[in-house]
Design a protein around this ligand. Structure first.
Ligand code: AOF
Ligand code: ZN
Length: 375
């Protein structure tokens, strides 16, 4: 491992400490090195708070910072947002060299931070552990470029591809460790999306039960406003932000007036999106993007997943595999809809990775962009 790589790795580890809290900002880590010694460290802890570089430099003695090397996973910003430009404090503290993992695609930065530093005579090197630094912020990169959230489909299935028994029982397809991993995903992604079928069947809470975690915004695809007033979701809507997405027709229908008022009184926000019979998922994601939601974890069911894959709207898949065979022609599978007519039309995943969780496995990958997205 090279000298630069060692410190960039440390900066990456620091950046990950912000997981779940920086959204819609990126996770960023920073290390200050003088004479081969780490003299200060910092990371972006939370959206609205200091950036990684500022945190590292505020905790660094001025004489240590002068002429030091600064390692940062993302290009230092040069604009005033919720916080002042990082390039200012880097120059004030007379840092000698800046090593950058990935450039910031935010149009307000986009190479500007590097240029300012170089023009001021600071040595700047880019591309250290670039792949890892880009992967770390795949959500931020997608959101800042498209304005729509990064969509992650997560499901747990048996070795014969079923997500529940024919009668609907689904507790549990995988064991404890895999289910804990799911709570880490709920912490990492800003919102969680399910179809109303899943709510009616399982009465889930869809919260994050990870220690020190935070709850995702709950979004229910519910075209006909079927979300029950007596459900764990509705009853906890004042504590956890909940959006019930329905068709415009259902939202305006006289017969739904009382139901709508009841849900709203319970703290559920009604979000009409698209005309009957289905919700317009593209429009929904555009709306969520406008609300500052940069990522969505989709936890089923099959109908919703079918629509998402058919429309080419999924950016990442986590498929958990439980070592059991459920069987049964009527038992549901994770992705329904019409499906591919021919094998050549199947959605291909790239950069597949496999991890073990107790007795279960998780395969993760990125669907290849559909023809529309790839343009
Ligand atoms: C950095 N270091 O640690 C982070 C950066 O509203 P603000 O002031 O927090 O600015 C947000 C933007 O700043 C964000 O969109 C991204 O371009 C950059 N984030 N930059 O130099 C950091 N979090
Ligand atoms: Zn900054």
């Amino acid at each position: 491992m090279s000298y630069e790589e060692k410190y960039m790795r440390r900066a990456l580890d620091l950046a990950r400490r912000g997981e779940g809290w920086t959204s819609p900002n990126p996770m960023v880590g920073c290390v200050v090195v003088k004479n081969g010694q780490i003299v200060s460290e910092g990371w972006h802890e939370r959206c609205g708070k200091n950036h990684a570089e500022r945190n590292a430099l505020l905790h660094c003695r001025e004489e240590d910072a002068e002429g030091a090397e600064l390692y940062v996973t993302l290009e230092p910003c040069c604009h005033t947002g919720r916080t002042p430009p990082c390039t200012d404090i880097i120059l004030q503290r007379k840092i000698g060299a800046v090593y950058v993992g990935s450039e910031d695609p935010n149009p307000k930065v986009a190479g500007g931070g590097l240029r300012i530093l170089r023009e001021a005579g600071v040595k700047v090197e880019t591309g250290h552990l670039q792949r890892e630094c880009i992967r770390l912020n795949e959500v931020f990169f997608h959101y800042i470029k498209t304005g729509t959230p990064f969509i992650v489909s997560k499901y747990a299935m048996s070795l014969d591809g079923k997500i529940a028994c024919a009668g609907g029982d689904s507790k549990w397809v995988t064991g404890k460790e895999a289910r804990e991993a799911v709570h880490r995903l709920r912490n990492r992604y800003r919102a969680i999306l399910v179809g109303i079928g899943t709510v009616l069947l399982d009465d889930p809470l869809l919260n994050c039960r990870m220690e020190g975690g935070r709850n995702p915004v709950r979004v229910i695809c519910d075209s006909n406003l079927r979300l029950p007033l007596k459900s764990r979701i509705t009853e906890s809507a004042w504590e956890i932000r909940t959006l019930d997405v329905c068709s415009e027709t259902a939202a305006a229908a006289r017969e739904n007036r009382e139901k709508r008022a009841g849900l709203e009184k319970a703290g559920v926000e009604i979000l009409p999106c698209g005309t009957e019979p289905k919700i317009d998922l593209r429009r929904l994601f555009a709306e969520l993007g406008k609300l500052g939601i940069d990522s969505v974890l989709v936890e089923g069911g099959g109908t919703l997943n079918g629509s998402l894959f058919e429309a080419g709207l999924v950016q990442k898949v986590y498929a958990f595999l439980g070592g059991k065979i459920i069987g049964g022609r009527e038992a549901k599978s994770p992705v329904e809809g019409r499906g591919a007519a021919l094998m050549k039309d199947a959605v291909l995943l790239r950069e597949l990775q496999i991890r073990r969780f107790g007795d279960d496995f998780c395969i993760c990958g990125y669907p290849q962009p559909g023809p529309e997205e790839g343009k």
